[in-house]
Each structure stands twice: as C-alpha cells, then as structure tokens.
Write a protein that binds this ligand. Structure first.
Ligand code: NDP
Length: 256
C-alpha cells in the first residue's frame, strides 16, 4: 500500500555518489521516489547517473560543492526547476572530517568542517523550505553521527558540528510541523565507506571499535540508508524530532 511507498514523491540527497548517500539514493529510488543528487566530481556523478538509469531508477544530478553558499543557491534553483517546484524529501548527507587534537586545528580546518558539515545543512533547509512546504508532505533527514552524542575521539570540530545538527533536528521538528514538514536525524557509528576506509585498514583501531560494539562488525551503508528511507515513508508520519543511532548497540553499551 501507499504507506510503504514513495511513489510520486521527490527527494534531494546531497553527496550521493559514494557511501551512505549513494545507498540512500538507491533506497529512496527503489521505494519509487524521483531523486536528485549532487557531488563535486562530475565524472563520478555521471557514472552513477548512468548506472541508476540502467537499473530503472529516476535520478537526476548536478555538480555542487555544498560548502559553497552560491553553489547551494544554484543547486536549489536546479532542483526546483527539475522537480517542478515541489520537494517531499531533503536528505542532508554530506559530511567530512579532519582528525587532530583540538589545539592543533587551524582556522582553515574549522571553516572547512563547519561549512561542509553544518552550514550546508542549515542553509539547504532554509533554501528548500518553500519547496518542502509546497509538496504538502515534507520530510527532512539529517545524517549526523554518534560523535554528536558521545565522545568517540573523532575530533572536536566534527563532534560539535554533528551535535548542532542533532539540535537543529529537534528545533525544526517543532517549527515546521505546522507546514507538514517532519525533521529527523540518523546518527551512524562506523560504516564502511570511503570516508573511513583508511581508518578501517588499521586492525588495532577496528578491534577497539568492535570491543565497544555489541554487534561485532562494522555497519554497511545500506544498514543506514534503510532507516533514512523509513523516516521518509508515510508509515513514519508521526515520527518527528528524533535522533536515531544506527550503531549496533554501541551508545547503550558501558561494558566491554
Ligand atoms: P563518503 O566520504 O564516503 O561520501 C561522501 C559523499 O558526499 C560523496 O558522494 C562525496 O562526493 C560527497 N561530498 C563530499 N563533500 C562534498 C561537498 N562539499 N559537496 C558535495 N558533495 C560532497 O562519506 P560517508 O558516506 O561515510 O558519510 C556520509 C555522512 O555520514 C557524513 O555526514 C558523515 O559525517 C556521516 N557519518 C559517516 C560515518 C562513517 O563511518 N562512514 C559514521 C558517522 C557519520 P565528492 O567527494 O566527489 O564530492
């Protein structure tokens, strides 16, 4: 039935060429949504768009660096014209990290991480608001991190930006409910993607992660994207303002 379908709905997923964003694009398209995505690498984006077309998914895309304010404005203009002025779903997925002790960060690190991880999501919400409202049934999903809930030693700029996203989720959930726009957030723990593949090559590091994780393995991207899709479905119509960890039980574990 239609409670478990996204047929006729439109979605914007930032950073859809790799990792969690790539899995989210496929999951939403598989539920019947028309999806728009972006990334910075044009060749990789075009390759993905061709593969999705071959799989029968309706996915559009354009190059956009979401850390740039003018490029975000251009992105939403392109989305509005491609999707006829209506957007049901906004997935703020793009995020990156630079890992250093706090005193070693410079101003450039701070600006880059905050622009990419927080400013992008905040501004895209502002820009997409009228499109989400016009759809009559809107859903915003942020991808934060368990780093925004507890200290996981991933760097303080990343953690502070992700914690801000968690709070933004709660505030928008209340502010935009009157417009029929829900806001929720997915907070993953280590997930096999290009963002962390260099870290996951370190056996000792992985063993430390697994020691804290009741489900003794690292997540796959599709184990995160399934929750993102669920939060967008009509079946989730009363779920609003929640930050849900996808962490194999890590954040509830205080025992090794
Ligand atoms: P990846 O680095 O594997 O993929 C990121 C995607 O976003 C790529 O498609 C990339 O393409 C695109 N992207 C990166 N920067 C920009 C930018 N400035 N503008 C536009 N597109 C961009 O990351 P993950 O899939 O691992 O991460 C996705 C989200 O999940 C992030 O917010 C991350 O913080 C969060 N997360 C990830 C965890 C993990 O263990 N993997 C754990 C917890 C949270 P391109 O580089 O070509 O632009």
């Amino acid at each position: 039935g239609s409670r478990w379908s996204l047929k006729g709905m439109t979605a914007l997923v930032t950073g859809g060429t790799r990792g969690i964003g790539h899995a989210v694009v496929e999951e939403l398209a598989d539920f019947g949504a028309t999806v728009y995505t972006c990334s910075r690498n044009e060749d990789e984006l075009n390759k993905c768009l061709e593969e999705w077309q071959d799989q029968g998914f309706t996915v559009y895309g354009s190059v956009c660096d979401v850390s740039s304010r003018p490029q975000r404005q251009k992105l939403i203009e392109d989305v509005a014209s491609k999707l006829n002025g209506k957007l049901n779903i906004l997935v703020n997925n793009v995020g990156t990290n630079i890992r250093k002790p706090t005193v070693d960060y410079n101003a450039e690190d701070y600006t880059k991480l905050m622009n990419t991880n927080l400013d992008s999501a905040y501004h895209l919400c502002q820009l997409a608001y009228s499109l989400l409202k016009a759809s009559g049934n809107g859903s915003v999903v942020f991808i934060s991190s368990v780093a925004g809930l507890s200290n996981i030693g991933s760097g303080t700029i990343y953690a502070a930006g992700k914690a801000a996203i968690n709070q933004l989720t709660k505030c928008l959930a209340c502010e935009w409910a009157k417009d029929n726009i829900r806001s929720n957030c997915v907070a993953p723990w280590y997930t096999k993607t290009s963002l962390v593949e260099h870290l996951l090559e370190d056996k000792e590091f992985v063993n430390d992660i697994l020691a804290q994780t009741p489900i003794k393995r690292i997540a796959e991207a599709h184990e995160v994207s399934s929750l993102v899709a669920f939060l967008c479905l009509p079946a989730a119509s009363y779920i609003n303002g929640q930050v849900v960890a996808v962490d194999g039980g890590m954040t509830v574990n205080a025992f090794q």
